[in-house]
Structure formats: structure tokens, C-alpha cells
Design a protein around this ligand. Structure first.
Ligand code: PGA
Length: 249
């Protein structure tokens, strides 16, 4: 049985005070909830506030990105050791907004994944096709390529904590959600690539989240799908009530 993981991706929203307010209201709503793992990924600037606010709860905190080098002259960047030092235990890697606006490539995703795993962070690697690729019938090829290159030269032992998120780009922030069947089909492709890279047993245990306009109204249908092992939630994770409703789908 794969324990479901519901993760909040706050993107570029909330100040530290607003992060504290969120946890004040959110934690009581999920206090007794141990069916699923809950993760909140705020901006770097709010990590400290989030970690402090989440202390003593079962909610884990993650970052939205990292740099792969141990240190150096990389203005504006943050590495795995720095994230761990402030108490973050997870990190999102290769989100489509980073691929689209900040030059993230399959190769940098691979470097970041290696560095996160090496440091002991739990990575959530995002893959997903854009609308033109889906319309051209290229979804499976795109997912295979993104996974193959993300997993390149990583051993199953090293990859043990890996989590993957399938996020069709056309569904992110658009209100268009993939149907549970469509998401499920994509998850099977991703699981197949994980089996090629890391073996069947690893693939059977790999958690693959769905992301893209997950809301309280569609969470039950998506999360009931056996192939879907949780969600990566953007917009609907900013409000404590709506995120807790998704967690408790
Ligand atoms: P959304 O974002 O839920 O606002 O569509 C999901 C994501 O980008 O992770």
C-alpha cells in the first residue's frame, strides 16, 4: 500500500506572517489526520516560519527548488544543505513553471535530483506535457523522455525516497483538470519508466502524485484512482479550509 501524499505548492504567494496565519488555521483542521502524508512547500523566505509553525504536527515542510552545487558563486541560489539546515525535508524539482520561465531543463532536473537525494531531502520531481504535445499525441513520449533523463545515472538505492508528480501543463492554474482516467494512463507510463530505471519493485512502491487544478470538488474522484498516490496542489492550497478539504477528500 502506498501512503498518499498531499503537497501544497504555494508558488510566489504569502509572507512569513501569512504563512504563520495559515498554519494557525490549518493545523487544527488536520490534527487527527494520519491517513495521508501532508507537505507544505512555501517560498524560501517562509521556510523558517513554516517549520516553526508546523513543529509538533505531522505536517512536513519543503522548498520549491534548489541548486545542485554544494556552494559557490551562484547569486540568488539555495542548496540542499541550506534547506535541511532550516528544517525543510522535501523539495519540488522541475516544476513546469521553472521549466517554462527559468530555463530548467531535463539535465538540470537530473542534477538537482541527484543533489537532493545525496543530501537526504525527499524530492518531488514534476513531469508533464504541454497542450500542443498532448494534441499532437506526444504525451507518452514526453513523459518517457522527462523521466528517463531525470532518473539518468541514479541507482535504485539512492532513489529510494523519490516521489514523482504528473502535472499536465495545460491543467495547471487553468481550472481544467485531467480526468482520473487520463491521469491514471499517464501515471502508468511514468511507473513504467521508473521500472526501467530502478526495477519493478521500486516502481510498485513509487508514489506518483497528480497536480493541475486539484480542488476540494475533484479531489475525491482523483484520489480514489488506484494509480494516483496523492496530489500537488497550487491555488487551492493557499486557503487553510480548501487545502484541508483536499487532504480529507
Ligand atoms: P494548480 O497548480 O493547483 O494551481 O493548478 C498546481 C501546481 O502547479 O503544482
Amino acid at each position: 500500500m502506498r501512503k498518499k501524499l498531499i503537497a501544497a505548492n504555494w508558488k510566489m504567494y504569502k509572507t512569513p506572517d501569512q504563512a504563520r496565519d495559515f498554519f494557525r488555521d490549518f493545523l487544527p483542521l488536520v490534527q487527527a489526520h494520519d491517513r495521508d502524508e501532508i507537505v507544505v512547500c512555501p517560498t524560501y523566505l517562509c521556510l523558517d516560519a513554516a517549520v516553526t509553525a508546523a513543529k509538533g504536527s505531522s505536517v512536513a515542510v519543503g522548498a520549491q527548488n534548489l541548486h545542485w552545487e554544494k556552494e559557490g558563486a551562484f547569486t540568488g541560489e539555495v542548496n540542499a544543505a541550506m534547506l535541511l539546515a532550516v528544517g525543510a525535508t522535501r523539495v519540488i524539482i522541475g516544476h513546469s513553471e521553472r521549466r517554462q520561465y527559468f530555463g530548467e531543463t531535463d539535465d538540470t532536473v537530473n542534477l538537482k535530483l541527484k543533489s537532493a537525494l545525496e543530501a537526504g531531502l525527499i524530492p518531488i520531481v514534476c513531469v508533464g506535457e504541454v497542450l500542443e504535445e498532448r494534441e499532437a499525441g506526444l504525451t507518452d513520449d514526453v513523459l518517457r523522455r522527462q523521466c528517463m533523463r531525470a532518473f539518468y545515472k541514479i541507482s535504485a538505492k539512492k532513489a529510494a525516497k523519490l516521489v514523482v508528480a504528473y502535472e499536465p501543463v495545460w491543467a495547471i492554474g487553468t481550472g481544467k483538470t485531467a480526468t482520473p482516467q487520463l491521469a491514471s494512463d499517464a501515471h502508468i507510463i511514468i511507473r513504467g519508466e521508473a521500472a526501467k530505471a530502478f526495477g519493478q519493485e521500486f516502481a510498485d512502491n513509487l508514489r506518483i502524485l497528480y497536480g493541475g487544478s486539484v480542488k476540494p470538488e475533484n479531489a475525491t474522484a482523483l484520489m480514489s484512482e488506484p494509480e494516483i498516490d496523492g496530489g500537488l496542489v497550487g491555488g487551492a492550497s493557499l486557503d487553510p479550509k480548501s487545502f484541508s478539504a483536499i487532504v480529507k477528500y
